[in-house]
Design a protein around this ligand. Structure first.
Ligand SMILES: [Zn+2]
Length: 314
C-alpha cells in the first residue's frame, strides 16, 4: 500500500466565471524513500488518451507498495481539455510552447509557470503523455535524454529528434535551467487518438507506464523485455492540400510502407471525385500517424506521419 494519497490543488489565478484556476494533482507517497516521478496528460487539450490512462493507473497504484513518490497531473490544461481543443481557449496559445511560463504573463503563461513551479520543479523524472488529436491516431515514443526509460514503455517505434525542445516541458522549471540541465529524465509518449476505440491504446499506456515504474524501481516486479524496436531519426509530417474525405490506403501504424504506395486520398464528399492522392515520402518508411477512419479534413489538417527507415536503427 502507498503510505498516503494527497489531493493537491494549488491555485494560480481566477477565471472570469468566478471559479479558481487550480492545478489538479494527486500525490502518492510510498512507504520507502525514493525519487519523485511526475506523470502528466492533456498538455494539449484534445489529446486525452493519456488522461484516461492516468485514471486507470491511479486505481492500480493506490493498492501497490511504492518506493518514492508519484505526482500525477492528469489534465495539465483543463480549459482546453473541457472543449477538446489543442490550445487554451482563453488566449489560443499552445501550452507546450510557453514553458517556463510567466506568472505575470497571459493566461497560458501563468498556467505554464504554475506547472513549472508546482509540478516540474518537484519531480526527478517526468513522463508526459500525448496522443493523436480526436481524429488521427499516433504511435511512437520520443527519445530525449534517457533512452532505456523511453524504450521501457514498450512501443515499437521510437524517435530521436535532433532538436526542438524550446518552450516544451524541458523549459518547464522556475530554476533558470532546463530539465536536461537538472538531470531530469523526460519521456514523451505519443499514443492513441482518433475516432476509434481508445481502450487498446489506454491499456497499452497503463502497461507501458507500469513497466517504466518497474524499470525505475518505484514498484516491484520484473521489467518486461522490450519488443523489437525501431529508432527513426526523421519523421515527415504530411498534410492534405485539398479538403474532403480523407480515405485510408496506408498499412497499420508500426508497419512498413514503400515508395510508390499511397498513404491515402482525398475524395470530394460532393461530386465523389478524387481530389488528391497522397504518396508516401520515403523510399522505405514506417507508419507513425494516420486517420484510421474516413474523416472529413480541411486542406492543411494533420494528415500523416511517416518515419524514414533510412538511417533508422534497432
Ligand atoms: Zn501533444
Amino acid at each position: 500500500m502507498v503510505k498516503s494519497i494527497n489531493k493537491l490543488r494549488p491555485k494560480f489565478t481566477t477565471h472570469a466565471d468566478g471559479s479558481d484556476a487550480v492545478l489538479f494533482m494527486h500525490e502518492l507517497v510510498g512507504e520507502t524513500d525514493g525519487p519523485t516521478i511526475g506523470i502528466s496528460g492533456s498538455i494539449h487539450g484534445n489529446e486525452n488518451a493519456g488522461s484516461q490512462a492516468i485514471v486507470d493507473l491511479f486505481r492500480i497504484l493506490k493498492d501497490l507498495p511504492l518506493k518514492g513518490r508519484i505526482l500525477l497531473l492528469p489534465v495539465a490544461n483543463p480549459r482546453a481539455f473541457a472543449v477538446n481543443h489543442r490550445f487554451t481557449p482563453i488566449d489560443e496559445l499552445n501550452l507546450n510552447r510557453e514553458f517556463p511560463g510567466n506568472p505575470k504573463g497571459n493566461y497560458t503563461q501563468q498556467l505554464a509557470y504554475a506547472i513549472a513551479a508546482e509540478f516540474l520543479d518537484k519531480v526527478d523524472v517526468h513522463l508526459d503523455l500525448h496522443s493523436g488529436t480526436d481524429r488521427p491516431t499516433v504511435d511512437y515514443v520520443y527519445i530525449w535524454n534517457d533512452e532505456p526509460l523511453s524504450r521501457a514503455f514498450g512501443s515499437k517505434v521510437l524517435y530521436r529528434p535532433a532538436q526542438g525542445k524550446d518552450g516544451t516541458v524541458f523549459s518547464g522549471t522556475t530554476k533558470s535551467v532546463t530539465l536536461d540541465k537538472r538531470g531530469i529524465p523526460v519521456v514523451v509518449v505519443e499514443l492513441g487518438g482518433g475516432i476509434v476505440d481508445q481502450t487498446p491504446y489506454v491499456d497499452r499506456t497503463v502497461a507501458g507506464l507500469l513497466n517504466m515504474l518497474r524499470h525505475l524501481g518505484a514498484i516491484s516486479g520484473d521489467v518486461k523485455p522490450n519488443p523489437k524496436q525501431v529508432v527513426v531519426n526523421e519523421i515527415a509530417g504530411i498534410r492534405p492540400t485539398q479538403a474532403g474525405w480523407l480515405e485510408r490506403c496506408a498499412p497499420d501504424n508500426g508497419e512498413l510502407i514503400k515508395k510508390g504506395e499511397l498513404l491515402g486520398r482525398v475524395v470530394s464528399p460532393y461530386d465523389f471525385s478524387v481530389l488528391e492522392e497522397i504518396p508516401t515520402p520515403f523510399e522505405n518508411g514506417i507508419m507513425i500517424m494516420q486517420h484510421l477512419s474516413r474523416n472529413l479534413v480541411e486542406s492543411g489538417d494533420y494528415g500523416y506521419m511517416v518515419g524514414n527507415m533510412e538511417g533508422a536503427t534497432d
